[in-house]
Each structure stands twice: as C-alpha cells, then as structure tokens.
Design a protein around this ligand. Sequence first.
Ligand code: GZL
Length: 304
Amino acid sequence: EASQPVTANKTPKTYADLVIGYSQIGAESRWRTANTLSIQESAQDLGVDLRFADAQQEQINQINAIRSFITQKVDLIGVSPIVADGWDAVFAEAKAAGIPIIVVDRTANVPDELITAFIGSDFVLEGERACEEMAQLLDQKGTIIELEGTVGSAPARDRKTGFHNCLKKYPEMQVLVSKSGDFTRAQGKTVLQGLIKQYGTDFDAIYAHNDDMALGAIELLKELGIKPGVEVKIVSIDAVEDAFKAMIAGDLNVTVECNPLLGPQFFETALKIVNGEPFERWVKSNEGIFRQATADQDLPKRRY
Ligand code: GZL
C-alpha cells in the first residue's frame, strides 16, 4: 500500500467535495464507450464534479486537457493514455502543481514518481490467456494472423508480448503476420483484406487484440465465403456484448475479458489519495475467459 503525505488535521473531503479532471481517449470501440459510461455514471452516483474531456484519438488533445485541468486546479487528474510514450513533460507539470495523476486502463512510460496509481488490467496475462485458448482450438498446430491494437499503446504492446511469450511453448503454432487495426471494427476488416491480398486465405486462425477488430474480420470472412469460427478459428479480447452474440452465432470462438467498468475503483482510489489515506498503487481488474459453449447463458449477465 502507498499513501500520500498526511494532511495535518484537515477534515477529510467527501466525494461531493471532489473536483476531478478526466482525459479519455475517444470512442474507438464498444469497450471504450462502456469505459466512458462507467466513469461518468460513477461520478453522477457519487456527486463528484467531473470535468470530462474526449480526445478523439489524439494524444495532443489529452495533453492539452491535462494542462487545462491544472489551470482549473482540480483535486486529481485521471487519464487513459492513448499511447505509452510522450507524457513526461505534462505529468511533471501536474506534479509541480501538486495534482496527483491516476492512470486508468492503459499505462504510460514515465518515471514512477509521476503516477500516483494505476487502475487497470494485466494485458500481458490477457495475451497469454488468448494464446492458451488458441492452442486448445488449433490442437497446438497452425498458422495465425494477428490483428494488433493501436500502435504504441500499452494493451497492443503487452497483449502481443503475452501471446508471443506463450507461443514459445507451441513450436508448431506460428504467427504468419501481425498488423495494427487500431482497435476499430472498420480497420480490422480493411487490414485483414490487405493481408489476404498479400498472403492468401491459407491460414488457420486470427488473434485480434480486441473484439471490435475481430468483428470486422468476421464480416470480411463471411463476404469471402469462409466460415469464421469454423474454417478460421478466432480469439479476441474485451468480452463486449457483440462478442457474445458472435460466439452464439458460431463466428467467434473465445473472448478474453478486459473489464472497462473502472469508474467505482477510480473514484474510490481518488478519494483515498486526496485524503492522504492508504491506497493500492495498482488496482488490478479481475477478469475471466468466455467461450462459445457458455455464451448464451453468459450474455444475459453481461453489463457492457
Ligand atoms: C484495453 C483498452 C483497449 C480495449 C479496446 O484496456 O485500452 O482500448 O481492449 C479499446 O477495445 O479500444
């Protein structure tokens, strides 16, 4: 547990006293929109004054939003960094202004002292889980096309690392080619189209770093008369609602959960930090794995 310097006999703030700046990446996927909802609904439920900025997928917009929060003298800043690099200067400005930063969902490559806490998943573990599921589906033998997330983002970097680390155990499974579809459905489809033009359709499986790209790939395979989930096995990550529908239809084989509902943990940690109380530096999401066999009974229980 870590804690901030205790503020001498100040009455602790309540949620209703909190003014929080939050820099969100954009709305590139169903995961992201569920994540945004969780942050906004939690703020509403708790009575927090949330200043929310949508960066429309541009890092510079996130940097400018953080600078604006510093000017507004908010109590704490939350940010989901679209890419891992390029944050040192602006995070140092927040620190110099005495405003703690909680990184949410994606991590940033900065010195530890610039980030007070991280709320989010273990993406390397998600990649390892995807690989183990793929090994089951392919009976440890076959060729795979990898659709990567946003270039330079922590989830794309770590989901690739986890998957490829695990692949070392399965010498007869190999990734033919990896290419970024930027976490979107549209680009998942377009990128796969280009790869099929280049390499043909003689591959056994697709590993997509998120469900949205997998759903774009499924659309294309169907247009080409190839049975997704049968002739080409597909494993993706997030476990959004449409992934369960695709598994029920037999188009997707497995989705590894990545929990976007981080609002409650974010604000709980923020209040502890502002009040100088002990808090966890990494609040790790608990996540499962969802397969075709149980998709129809799982779907009604899903919250995003
Ligand atoms: C993962 C998150 C990723 C999701 C994508 O925590 O950053 O970004 O997997 C989203 O769906 O676009």
